[in-house]
Design a protein around this ligand. Structure first.
Ligand code: HBI
Ligand code: FE
Length: 283
């Protein structure tokens, strides 16, 4: 079979929503989609992405040639930071997702987007999950942050404040920017795995770039159907981990009484790095 599957059958999953990756079953056409995406990002990322990301990418068996084998990825990750990559059929329920992260397992979609979806798809596929997320799991501090997020997710579910916590993931793990000695860099997987947003997030004068503030972020709605109107900029992964290693319960209690903030809204208390023109919309 050479064609990319058009209608993906959802495989039977285990009780923790994992499946076998089925690496041997990928077609040439599917590996070719990976090669195309990889080649595009490989050209763009140097000088734009956090150096720790590129180091992780180099040290892992993630290569230009084709979709990586999760067994080999997990062996390398386990040795470096104690993480594993497990295959899932797509989005999984929140509790199962958090349970995996809390136990240092990263759930990655095993399927790859079709050739007509190179720039946009709704569900996280193997390129987004593995190319976007996995390299930073080689960084010991980022690896601890992801575990802390999983544990925080399980607590947030009990408090019924998942909408708040999910914004932290969105504005850091998916769409985070970081200030480095060499300049502003991307580290969020939603940016790293997207050709268009890699250029937009750093280069466009349209979005706001605001210094990261935990309480502010937990209150900030986001858009899932367009480029971000605001990016939040951390000053180090360590400072992010230090924040995540606390119980957010008092913060949730405090912000409950405060209004939610709209995507793109600016507060007088914001430490603005660049104020956007807000003129660009992809969608
Ligand atoms: N499942 N496979 C997968 N990947 C995700 O990123 C994911 C998920 N389920 C839930 C979820 N994300 C979010 O709801 C949480 O980050 C809040
Ligand atoms: Fe993601």
């Amino acid at each position: 079979m050479t064609a990319v599957q058009q209608d993906r059958a959802i495989p039977q999953h285990r009780s923790d929503f994992t499946i076998d990756q089925g690496w041997e079953a990928y077609t040439d056409a599917e590996h070719a989609v990976w090669r195309t995406l990889y080649a595009r990002q490989e050209k763009l990322l140097p000088g734009r992405v956090l150096p720790a990301y590129l180091q992780g990418l180099r040290e892992l068996p993630i290569a230009a040639e084709g979709i990586p084998d999760f067994r080999r990825l997990s062996e390398s990750l386990m040795r470096a930071t104690g993480w594993q990559v497990v295959a899932v059929p797509g989005l999984i329920p929140e509790e199962a997702f958090f349970e995996h992260l809390a136990n240092r397992r990263f759930p990655a979609g095993n399927f790859i987007r079709r050739p007509d979806q190179l720039d946009y798809l709704e569900e996280p596929d193997v390129f987004h999950d593995v190319f976007g997320h996995v390299p930073l799991l080689m960084d010991p501090v980022f690896a601890d942050y992801m575990e802390a997020y999983g544990k925080g997710g399980l607590r947030a579910m009990k408090l019924d404040v998942l909408d708040n916590l999910a914004r932290l993931y969105w504005y850091t793990v998916e769409f985070g920017l970081i200030d480095t000695a060499e300049g502003m860099r991307i580290y969020g997987a939603g940016i790293v795995s997207s050709r268009t947003e890699t250029a937009f997030s750093l280069g466009s004068n349209s979005p706001n770039r605001i210094a990261f503030d935990l309480e502010r972020v937990l209150r900030s709605n986001y858009r899932i159907d367009d480029f971000q109107q605001t990016y939040f900029v951390i000053d180090s992964v360590q400072s992010l981990l230090d924040l995540a290693n606390q119980d957010f319960a008092p913060i949730y209690a405090r912000i409950k009484a405060m209004p939610e903030l709209q995507a793109g809204e600016i507060l007088p208390t914001d430490k603005i790095i660049t104020r956007g023109t807000g003129t660009y919309h992809a969608a």
